[in-house]
Design a protein around this ligand. Structure first.
Ligand SMILES: Cc1ncc(COP(=O)(O)O)c(C=O)c1O
Length: 372
């Protein structure tokens, strides 16, 4: 029997190992303001890749979201519109500020918030919107930005799954007022754990730099709320190497996604993930949908695939608004979320990562064809 084909896996080579060893030998493992030499270099190169003025490295994607919200002066009593179709950390970061999440529905084809679904969740207390670029595909940002600008609402992209995704020629991370990335081990590039806030706003970048180090304006001089959200130098060193390799990773993910799409789209029972015109998918997850299925039927398919050692997974089984904690703390304006609830019952993800061999891709296709 073959080994489990993982849904995602970090690609770590000789260069990452050498970069880490160099940090260990240098004796500089961290720096009190979070601005050690590797972290600074990683920030500079990441900002250039995304096409923004500032990238501020932090300890996780969740920390990035929390710092971006605090930097935008989101406070207890405010409301933040987010999708319910996301990893719970999007909502968790909002809850950490004391604001309430208000959930908007998703577009059935792209799994992201739309300007219309956001409008249905707005209240007078809405101060920010967090569109999530789900699975690596950008939300339709132009109408969202236009609507938010008119109302004076801040837009923070959750680009945790979307390193290298593009929207009308611009990279995810440069489309909102700020954006947040994760470098967790399953992402398109990793530092083990880590995160980044990107922005063109000088003041916001300065706030986030302070927030990541206890709110210090200068060493030991605290002038605002903050945390310890620093990225360690080892993570920064890994990030520099991974960023260089990212274009190659993205190319291979794209090829794998095209292969899976071509071979599986003959199955009428599956709806394939889409890449609308003008957008470049970053293929962090390849997520088809079992048409007309309920959760039981979808789960059976996933179990069958797993029994054949294909690491199929469901991201995510429960919409966030139905999780016990968020049932209690969400906005009192609750819009219906039929597309979110339907998607949660029908989606499943297949391996698409760059380490997949052609024989494994073929095996995935054959097994899915038999199992559906
Ligand atoms: C959509 C989304 N938002 C936020 C996060 C949080 O990132 P992290 O795990 O680095 O805290 C993740 C990833 O795990 C994610 O997928």
């Amino acid at each position: 029997m073959r080994d489990m084909i993982p849904i995602n896996q970090p690609l770590i080579g000789k260069d990452e190992v050498e970069a880490v060893v160099e940090v260990l030998k240098s004796g500089i493992l961290t720096e009190k303001s979070g601005r050690g030499p590797r972290v600074l270099q990683f920030e500079k190169e990441f900002a250039k890749f995304i096409g923004v003025r500032h990238a501020v490295a932090v300890s996780s994607g969740t920390a990035a979201l929390h710092a971006a919200l605090l930097g935008a002066r989101i406070q207890p009593g405010d409301e933040v519109v987010i999708p319910s179709f996301t990893f719970s950390a999007t909502a968790g970061a909002v809850a950490l500020t004391g604001a309430r999440p208000a959930f908007g529905d998703i577009d059935a084809d792209t799994y992201s918030l739309t300007a219309e679904s956001i409008e249905a969740a707005l209240t007078r207390g809405t101060k920010a919107i967090i569109p999530v670029h789900m699975y690596g595909l950008c939300a339709d940002m132009d109408p969202i930005m236009e609507m938010a600008r008119k109302r004076g609402i801040v837009v923070i992209e959750d680009a945790a799954q979307a390193h290298g995704a593009e929207y009308n020629g611009r990279r995810a991370g440069s489309l909102g007022d700020s954006a947040c990335f994760s470098f967790y081990g399953s992402k398109n590039m990793t530092t083990g754990e880590g995160g980044m806030v990107t922005t063109n706003d000088d003041d916001l970048a300065e706030q986030v730099r302070m927030i990541r180090t206890h709110g210090e304006e200068r060493p030991y001089w605290v002038s605002r709320q903050g945390h310890n959200y620093r990225m360690p130098e080892i993570a920064g060193a890994i990030g520099i190497v991974q960023l260089k390799r990212l274009p190659g990773f993205l190319e291979q993910r794209k090829k794998n996604a095209e292969y899976l799409t071509e071979k599986l789209s003959v199955l009428g029972k599956l709806m394939m993930p889409r890449e609308p015109a003008g957008r470049r998918h970053a293929w962090n997850l390849f997520t088809p949908r079992l048409r007309g299925a309920n959760a039981g039927k979808r789960n059976k398919l996933v179990e069958k695939l797993r029994s054949k050692n294909i690491g199929a997974s469901v991201y995510y089984e429960s919409p966030v608004h139905m999780l016990p904690y968020y049932r209690d703390i969400q906005s009192t304006r609750r819009s219906a979320l039929p597309e979110t609830e339907r998607a949660c019952r029908q989606i499943f993800s297949l391996p698409v990562h760059p380490e997949l061999k052609q024989t494994e891709l073929q095996f995935i296709v054959e097994t899915v064809k038999r199992a559906v």
